[in-house]
Design a protein around this ligand. Structure first.
Ligand code: ADP
Ligand code: MG
Length: 355
């Protein structure tokens, strides 16, 4: 049997979402095929080996129990993850399944650590993860490759803000931290006061922020899977009852509906969205998997909003549901992600490392 180590939690405001995602992944992995261990990263960033049922505890706080064993990492060792208090105990791992959404977990930092632990891991590598996490760099690359993105301006902390220029984009404006997810720190501004307030909030989360023209379009998403020859699923739609897709509307008050496949979207539009997602996947250096999100106004006007390199795997999450609709069950999708991770690892290992 192969050993899979799920990595969950993490030092990000999306810590709790990661736990929900990993709980679903733990349940859906084929336990006849895989031995599954759980590594939890606390809110402070420490690594722990968790008991099997820990993910299912109400209000679990990683690192707060004596049953959560602190870990140490041994780069390139044949057993790279060991208990800190008893180095002879190792967490067996053939493939990592990182599902720590957001900063530190999804932005290439964790992926860099996993490269040093020398095991395959699910999701994009270091570069693709970093690019995908940074909405500003993502847009620059997409623009360079002829993919339409919403007009935006970028500000770093301490920059003087040119409100006249910003207002030329036209209200409503969306203000967001460059590196974040799940709607955390994203605010809609309809006047100058709201804009100033939104800028202040976004700078709490990042030293770089984006201010974007608001688009009134449908929010449609597609799921991409694979390495050098990736495939795109069908297209799903997010419908928000009131307001926009905020953290609260997503996870707290059930104000959103996931519709698969998106209704009243003609076949040509679906194909355009899928092919644009595949083009973006390539130019953003993505591997493993990603969800690609758009604002669809018409066949001639649809914007790529963002990519998510470790998309949500909660009960309401689009990525696994899109594949389910394409005939790939949750459990088979996870097996496929593990195989895709191994394929990428082998591709890299086959490269020449000597002259
Ligand atoms: N330019 C925009 N126009 C209209 N709605 C937007 C815009 N940017 C963000 N939103 C709304 O805010 C939500 C969260 O923003 P998004 O850029 O997807 O950040 P996150 O990474 O947090 O999901 C989107 O799903 C959408 O509902
Ligand atoms: Mg989003």
């Amino acid at each position: 049997m192969k050993s899979i180590a799920i990595i969950t939690g993490g030092k990000s405001p999306e810590h709790d979402v990661a736990i929900v995602s990993s709980r679903n992944i733990f349940k859906a992995l084929d336990h006849n095929k895989y031995h599954v261990s759980v590594i939890g990263i606390s809110r402070k960033g420490e690594w722990f080996h968790l008991p099997e049922d820990a993910l299912f505890e109400e209000g679990i706080e990683i690192g707060a129990s004596e049953q959560h064993f602190p870990l140490c990492l041994l780069p390139f060792d044949d057993q790279p993850i060991r208990h800190k208090d008893n180095i002879d105990i190792a967490v067996s791992v053939d493939v990592f399944f990182p599902i720590a959404h957001g900063v530190y977990g999804e932005d290439g930092l964790l992926q860099g650590v996993l490269e040093y632990l020398n095991r395959p891991y699910v999701g994009p590598g270091v570069l693709g993860s970093s690019i995908g996490m940074d909405k500003d760099v993502t847009k620059l690359l997409l623009q360079q490759n002829g993919i339409l993105v919403t007009p935006w301006q970028t500000y770093f902390k301490g920059d003087e803000i040119n409100f006249t220029e910003l207002e030329k984009l036209g209200y409503p404006l969306f203000v967001k931290p460059a590196n974040m997810g799940s709607g955390v720190g994203v605010e809609k501004a309809s006047n100058i006061d709201e804009l100033k307030h939104a800028i202040k909030i976004a700078f709490d989360y990042d030293i770089k922020i984006l201010i974007e023209k608001g688009i009134s379009g449908r929010e449609v998403e597609t799921a991409v899977l694979g390495n050098l020859k990736p495939e795109a699923s069908g297209v799903g739609e997010i419908v928000v009852n009131s307001g926009f897709y905020t953290y609260e509307n997503k996870y707290v008050n059930n104000e959103t509906k996931v519709i698969i496949p998106a209704e009243n979207l003609n076949e040509a539009a679906v194909q355009l969205i899928r092919s644009t997602a595949l083009k973006a996947y390539r130019c953003l250096q993505l591997e493993g998997m990603s969800r690609v999100d758009f604002f669809y106004v018409s066949d001639n006007e649809f914007y790529l909003n963002e990519v998510n390199t470790l998309p949500g795997f909660t009960n309401i999450s689009m990525y696994p549901k899109l594949w389910e609709a394409a005939g790939l069950s949750y459990s088979n999708l996870l097996s496929k992600l593990v195989e895709t991770a191994e394929e990428r690892f082998n591709l890299r290992n086959e490269l020449r490392r000597v002259r």
